[in-house]
Every structure is written in structure tokens, then in C-alpha cells.
Design a protein around this ligand. Structure first.
Ligand code: RTP
Ligand code: MG
Length: 142
């Protein structure tokens, strides 16, 4: 029987304004690179309210969205596209659970965040989300 191929994927990652403010861009990026993921694109961005609303379209009606939008537009972020075997799931496992207080030690959020909002990093949650987010943030990669 044939063994399923491991898919090479691209994931969209955002190193959020709290990480930039805290001087943790290098520490966060190092974890992804040390894992073996490749940087395909990298750009510092000041997220506008319009971009925030597109990026977080699925959360627009949530009660936590207004403070999330204030946070994500509060200073520059670093946008990345990372590539590697099963990159989407690998990035999310490196990121850890959403709430930094509950995220496992050894993960980026578990080691470096104490917040359910200011949790340092975003990673695409599915191949469909990755395609949508990469097209939104890096249309030149399309
Ligand atoms: P992300 O999208 O940033 O990778 O994080 P995630 O999948 O782990 O979490 P998600 O549910 O997509 O939430 C997006 C971001 O919104 C903030 N958040 N605040 N209850 C709250 O106050 C709350 N819940 C989520 C976090 O910044 C989260 O990463
Ligand atoms: Mg999410």
C-alpha cells in the first residue's frame, strides 16, 4: 500500500505588536527557523483597521473583536510566509493554545505570553485560511 505523501505547505504568520514592542521578533522567528521552516516572505507592516477587518473577518461579530482590533493596530507587526512539511499544523503547535496562560510550556505562547489577547503570534488555521491570508497580505506571491 502506498504511504501518503507529507504535504509541503505554506502558512501565513503574523508576529503581533506585543512581540515587536517586547523585542521578541528574533526569538519568535528563531523558533520557526530552528524547527526547519523556511521564510518565503517577510515584511514589517502597520496594520490598518481595514486590513484588520479583512484578516479577522471570521471574528468581526465577536465581543472580543473591538479590543482585538485596537491591539492588532496598536503598532507594527511582522508578516511572514513560512514553508515546510505540514507547515500549517506545525506552526500552530509551535504557537501553542490561544491563551498564553493555558498554553503548554515549550510553545511560543506558553513560554512568552501571559495573555489571551496579547499572545505574540498568529498562524493560519487551515489550508483554506492560509491561501486566503497569503493572498491578502502578500498578493505578489499569488
Ligand atoms: P490566531 O488566529 O491569532 O492564530 O489565534 P488563534 O487561532 O489561536 O485564536 P482565534 O480564536 O483565531 O482568535 C484570534 C485572536 O483573537 C484574540 N482573542 N481574544 N476572548 C478573547 O478575548 C479573545 N479570544 C481570542 C487573540 O489575540 C487570538 O489570537
Ligand atoms: Mg485564529
Amino acid at each position: 500500500t502506498a504511504v501518503a505523501e507529507v504535504p509541503t505547505q505554506r502558512s501565513f504568520v503574523l508576529i503581533k505588536p506585543d512581540a515587536v514592542r517586547r523585542g521578541l521578533v528574533g526569538a519568535v522567528l528563531s523558533r520557526f527557523e530552528a524547527k526547519g521552516l523556511s521564510v518565503v516572505a517577510l515584511s514589517m507592516r502597520q496594520v490598518t483597521e481595514e486590513l484588520a477587518d479583512e484578516h479577522y473577518a471570521e471574528h468581526l461579530d465577536r465581543p472580543f473583536y473591538p479590543p482585538l482590533r485596537r491591539f492588532i493596530t496598536s503598532g507594527p507587526s511582522v508578516a511572514l510566509v513560512l514553508e515546510g512539511d505540514e507547515a500549517i499544523e506545525v506552526v500552530r503547535s509551535l504557537n501553542g493554545a490561544t491563551d498564553g496562560r493555558k498554553a503548554a510550556p515549550g510553545t511560543i505562547r506558553g513560554d512568552l505570553s501571559l495573555s489571551n489577547r496579547e499572545n505574540l503570534v498568529h498562524g493560519s488555521d487551515s489550508p483554506e485560511s492560509a491561501a486566503r491570508e497569503i493572498a491578502l497580505w502578500f498578493p505578489e506571491l499569488g
